[in-house]
Design a protein around this ligand. Sequence first.
Ligand SMILES: *Cc1c(COP(=O)(O)O)cnc(C)c1O
Length: 352
Amino acid sequence: MTFLHQKYHKLTPYTPGEQVDEQAVIKLNTNESPYPPAPSVQAAVADAAHKLNRYSDIAVAAVTTPLAAYLGVTPAQLFLGNGSDEVLSYLFQGFTENGIAFPDVTYGFYQVYSALYQVAATVVPLQEDFSIALTDYDSLKGTFIFANPNAPTGVYQEQSEICAFLKRHPDRLVIVDEAYIDFGGTSMVSLIDQYPNLLVVGTFSKSRQLAGARLGFAIANEGLIQDLNRLKFSLNPYNVNSLTQAAGAAVLQEQAYVDEKIQATIHVREWSKQALAKLGFEQTDSQGNFLFARHPAIAGEELYQALKEQKIFVRWFNQPRIKEYLRITVGTRAQMERLMTVLTTIIEEVKE
Ligand SMILES: *Cc1c(COP(=O)(O)O)cnc(C)c1O
């Protein structure tokens, strides 16, 4: 017997990468930053703990004001969420009356939220090279969402093509999920005044060392942001807790630290691509903080398990088209060197 409404009986929840004890393993499975937040960020959170008896600021002003300045938008063009997952949740709930379309290989939550909110979703196959043919979406109606760079492929879609799509479809909302934009590509944020149908989603989880704090955002014209707020204030006005607000405000004072870690990740990513290529891997030219690769001699699942036995956690998706691939988060240089050593051994064993 169940008390759950029958409309949820077939819901398949999102499958996150495993969270494991970091002392014992190398964790390259959830695209987090391998670096801790700057010391000042940690101190700001400790300081904010004194005021936990009070509710958090519903306007999230401590983050909104400096983030708007950093992005070159007005505070009224910005919405803060409990992770970008919450922002995406509001978008699927409230902005999909005419359905939604997204690629077959992309962020898993798009499918999960479509099911949760019972939105008519059209899933469009990526091209053979995992790029998005935006013209495939021309004949559809309703909202269009994609990640740029895409996950888990890392493939980046050129801005000019997105602008052309926005122009062709002024009556359709286009959501660009820029979770990984700090690692490659050009953000669409500067174009929100030009395109009232554009909404950009961002996060502090990948490039700002705050995955555990849960802080994400949306940037769009004021009207769209007001509509998002209508949903937020109807569900959870205190959606960003005060410790997270303190962390977010502090990390925005640490742009030099953040930039240094982004550059380090890009550097290690490019080194890792070369190392994987030498080992015979085929891969995309990932622009994210992760690699997307397959080896012609070993099945994806087998490689995933073999790495796990050696205490290296990566992500394998039991999904059509990408079954043979692994998504490997770019860790520190030392972690990636260890990964390559272990991979070398595994591949040699297969050859024997
Ligand atoms: C990680 C990720 C998110 C979610 O980020 P949070 O802000 O931690 O909720 C959203 N979209 C994509 C494409 C991601 O990879």
